[in-house]
Ligand binder design. Structure first.
Ligand code: ZN
Length: 127
């Protein structure tokens, strides 16, 4: 269920951004695309985020926008020999020295990378 809270915070960020994107006008641009980064080890399920997004973005400037997910592969660092290595199956131990004392170097990310908004058409109406 934590995807709902996560999705709500993404929406808040997006709406704040959209409100600040055109500070000189009262018009809030429409959000068209959001680019999210999800680490391989993050427990966030993108299908769930999309599901909640479609519900909670209704009646906001983000309604109908598309979510794009970029996956970051997991990477570990050995605390003994400081080797960096990618995830290999379910085995977390260091391939260099066999140590199990390792830390996660990458793969737990979850953040909003970029937002696309519609250009606001502020064309002067000349008679
Ligand atoms: Zn090692």
């Amino acid at each position: 269920m934590h995807e709902l809270a996560i999705t709500a915070s993404v929406l808040n960020l997006a709406l704040q951004y959209a409100g600040n994107a055109q500070p000189e006008t009262a018009h809030t641009p429409h959000i068209t695309d959001l680019h999210l980064v999800i680490g391989q080890l993050s427990s966030v399920i993108d299908d769930s985020v999309q599901f909640y997004w479609d519900i909670i973005s209704q009646n906001t400037p983000a309604e109908g926008s598309r979510l794009h997910f970029r996956r970051i592969p997991a990477e570990f660092e050995c605390e003994i020999c400081y080797a960096h290595y990618p995830m290999h199956g379910d085995d977390f131990t260091c391939p260099e020295c066999g140590s199990a004392e390792v830390r996660i170097a990458a793969g737990e990310e979850f953040y909003l990378e970029a937002i696309d908004v519609d250009e606001v058409n502020e064309k002067e109406v000349t008679p």
